[in-house]
Design a protein. Structure first.
Length: 461
């Protein structure tokens, strides 16, 4: 079967487009894109779409102007619409020109699709391109879905990007061009071996084809199997995420850790991707999983993007923006506490120190506390790493240990307040644990009795 018939059958079977569609065809004037353009024009009328040719003059080679003149003449003689973009040399970056050129081309194609109200972009990627990409991805390492290499169809701009030649090898396309006397231009830079893709094209693949003459076909089969495997993998991950995430979007760690390590990795990556955390390195993901499964590390935080931090909090994982404005009002810190006055701790709580327990209305929690005159005044501040709480047995307990034992989340821990005396000894880890000061036998006459309390403002509403 000749290529025209194969191409026609492939289009019908793959449902790429129909006669009513407008398609933008990316044409570089290389052999692949000229073959694609010719094949489209030779389709039976019942299958032939409305063709709009899109060409970029990169102004990178002297030949670029000649290629532009050629495609203009070609489209005029074949009665085809043409849109040309000239990438002026003043816009060329000093470094990374290949990636910049690629981004520029696809931005241009997207504009053409929008201006011409076309729903489909066609490119001339073929079976060799697919093989090169798969092998390059395999060599570099990464996620399974990246091994698919090049997708035959994917959403793009205002419609779809489709590659109808992906099943056809380069040699077949070149032979078609020769047999049909097509004109095309060779890009000399495609043979420069300092470019990674060119090394795979001219060195790696020919060597592998000596081991397996059917290499391209084999890789194409793997490509199809991988597409199905990734689709099933995606379905599994999304189902498990629905089961593991609560209404806040926090991931249940206890249930997450019931899975094998491979499934944990898949679920974690898909969850992060759903939060637009993309392209994390394999080593970083592995370290995250190691920390998540480390029972000796019940809490931690890791920055995963410029503005997102991942938190492990005992039995859950969640993401929080590092630039997120606090939802609560500023906590009063480093202030001397005056008797008979309420001090706010955010929007939800207030604390007070009073000489009379009747100061505290119903709904307030308070504690009687005897303190020596030398311990006054009291100060409210954030806790420090070296802070210790005096205990009844004469020992001390670090405030940090109090917070760990009570499983206080890291975000709350960082905001924890303590009430300290004039000697900076902790009287109260606010809302969590009281200190104990050994009283002398005559404390009733020499020490001061105080009542320290806290009230929940939400409860009072």
């Amino acid at each position: 079967m000749d290529l025209n018939k194969e191409f026609e059958r492939h289009l019908v079977r793959g449902r790429f487009f129909n006669k009513q569609d407008k398609v933008v065809v990316a044409v570089s004037t290389g052999v692949d894109s000229m073959v694609l353009l010719d094949l489209l024009q030779r389709l039976p009328e019942k299958y032939q779409p409305q063709i709009i040719v899109a060409h970029v003059n990169h102004q990178l080679r002297k030949q670029s102007s000649e290629e532009e003149r050629f495609i203009r003449q070609y489209c005029t003689s074949h009665d085809l619409q043409l849109v040309v973009h000239q990438w002026s040399q003043s816009m060329h970056p000093q470094t990374g020109i290949e990636e910049a050129a690629r981004q520029m081309r696809y931005d241009f194609f997207a504009r053409v699709m929008k201006e011409k109200q076309a729903a489909i972009l066609l490119t001339a990627h073929h079976q060799n391109d697919l093989a090169e990409t798969m092998l390059m991805k395999l060599t570099r390492g990464g996620q399974l879905h990246q091994l698919i290499g090049i997708e035959e169809k994917r959403p793009f701009a205002t419609g779809m990007l489709e590659r109808p030649l992906l099943d056809f090898p380069k040699q077949q396309l070149r032979q078609y061009a020769v047999d049909n006397h097509l004109t095309w231009y060779e890009d000399a830079t495609n043979r420069e071996l300092n470019v990674s893709r060119n090394r795979f094209r001219h060195q790696v693949i020919p060597l592998l084809e000596k081991e397996n003459p059917n290499l391209l076909h084999s890789l194409s089969n793997y490509h199809q199997q991988l597409e199905l495997a990734v689709e099933l993998e995606e379905q599994f991950a999304q189902q498990k995420l629905r089961e593991l995430l609560d209404e806040r979007g926090h991931l249940n760690l206890l249930r997450f850790q019931e899975f094998s390590l491979a499934k944990e990795r898949l679920i974690l990556v898909k969850w992060l991707e759903s939060k637009n955390v993309l392209n994390l390195g394999q080593g970083f993901i592995d370290q995250l999983l190691s920390d998540i499964n480390n029972r000796k590390l019940p809490q931690f935080s890791r920055q995963v993007t410029a503005d997102l931090t991942l938190f492990k909090n005992y039995s859950e994982l969640f993401l929080k923006s590092v630039n997120q404005s606090p939802q609560k009002s500023q906590i009063s810190v480093n202030c001397v506490v005056k008797l008979g006055r309420w001090y706010s701790m955010g929007n939800d709580y207030q604390i007070a120190v009073a000489e009379d327990k009747d100061f505290f209305e119903q709904g307030s929690d308070y504690q009687e506390m005897w303190l020596s005159p030398q311990q006054l005044p009291l100060t409210l501040r954030k806790w420090h790493e070296q802070d210790c709480l005096p205990l009844k047995n004469g020992g001390h307990q670090k405030v940090n240990r109090v917070l760990i034992d009570q499983k206080v989340p890291l975000l709350e821990r960082n905001q924890q307040l303590v009430l300290v005396d004039a000697k900076d000894a902790v009287v109260w880890v606010v809302g969590r644990k009281w200190g104990w000061f050994t009283r002398p036998s005559d404390y009733l006459t020499k020490w001061q009795r105080l009542f320290i309390g806290i009230r929940n403002l939400k409860r009072r509403q």
